[in-house]
Design a protein around this ligand. Structure first.
Ligand code: AVI
Length: 308
């Protein structure tokens, strides 16, 4: 059975119905996500860019290598990293940029975007699920800086985030570095608004999951009879997104039937926020020697540098 179908059936069969957030990103979901990234209420990208602009020199100062592999997990189109890579390329004798992403198409865009700006940088693209493709790096001896940007760590639950950090740590030798973009705990109203924007773009992003199921898995979700609701719990730092059924109804996907009670929810995403203290202790717990945090002027977001 197709993995998407299996995950949807498993998710909708559990007590708390879920649909994994990785399925947001089909072609139209990726476009809606770009819209989210441009929303004032969704403050994350602007904060991250501010730190990349203001702190790249200070980050570089921490890293003493004269040759380096910069490996980016879930790299996307690479545009955000141009000035950062430019600086590293200027100051470090030999830089190889290795963007990894599930999508080979986006990696082609990434490569040509970076090469247009930095024509003589070495680039090796690796497509596929990065948990399965890091084997392709084993022969490479250069010291490493691994990047995981955009608060993607937030989309893992607490335990999964630690598993991911251990996985990254296993890719590294002692003395290598890991730089991660993390959204920080802050005034809870600001976080809630980021996931319940006034233009309803995040609602469309969530409903697109149901449209995708209708399109690709022969589902019959009546999209108009589902609402969207985002919560934020300042105690555990979890922003959760839900779709909820406005009526008692039944949905068919292929030959599977799912019943929804009025106001029953489907959990679609977790976007976890961290404190700096939590990041320090997770770093220690998952095998890193130290970490340092580089923040934006509002202290909303951190680029956290971990050294193994
Ligand atoms: C990709 N990820 C870090 C985003 C987030 O903030 O969790 C996805 C997103 N979901 C709703 N808005 C943005």
């Amino acid at each position: 059975m197709d993995r998407f179908l299996r995950d949807v059936i498993d998710g909708l069969s559990s007590e708390q119905k879920t649909i994994p957030s990785m399925y947001f990103y089909d072609e139209s979901g990726s476009k809606i996500f770009q819209e989210i990234m441009g929303l004032e209420e969704y403050y994350l990208p602007a904060c991250e860019v501010e730190i990349l602009n203001n702190s790249a020199e200070s980050i570089l100062e921490q890293i003493p290598f004269d040759s380096i592999d910069i490996i980016e997990l879930g790299a996307g189109d690479g545009s955000k990293m141009i000035s950062f890579l430019e600086l590293f390329h200027k100051k470090i004798e030999s830089v190889t940029y290795i963007p990894m992403d599930i999508s080979p198409e986006i990696l082609e865009v990434n490569k040509s975007t970076i090469l247009r700006q930095i024509p003589d940088i070495k680039i090796i693209t690796i497509s596929g699920d990065y948990t399965l493709t890091t084997g392709q790096l084993v022969e490479r001896e250069n010291p490493r800086l691994i990047l995981f940007m955009g608060s993607n760590i937030g989309n893992y639950s607490g335990e999964k985030a630690k598993e991911f950090m251990r996985f990254v740590n296993d890719m590294m030798k002692v003395g290598d570095y890991f730089l991660m973009g993390v959204d920080l705990k802050k005034n809870p109203h600001i976080i809630r608004k980021a996931y319940n924007d006034s233009k309803g773009v995040t609602k469309r992003f969530n409903l697109n999951l149901l449209e995708r199921i209708n399109r690709e898995l022969k589902g019959d979700f009546d999209i108009d009879s589902f609402g969207h609701y985002g919560t934020y719990n300042p105690i555990n730092g979890e922003a959760l997104s839900f779709l909820f059924s406005e009526n008692n109804q039944q949905v068919t996907i292929g030959n599977h039937v799912f019943k929804f009670e009025k106001y029953e929810t489907i959990r679609t995403e977790i976007s976890r926020k961290y404190s700096l203290k939590e990041l320090d202790s997770i770093g220690k717990e998952t095998g890193f020697e130290w970490d340092k945090h580089f923040l934006d002027s509002k202290e909303y977001f951190s680029l956290s540098l971990f050294r193994k």
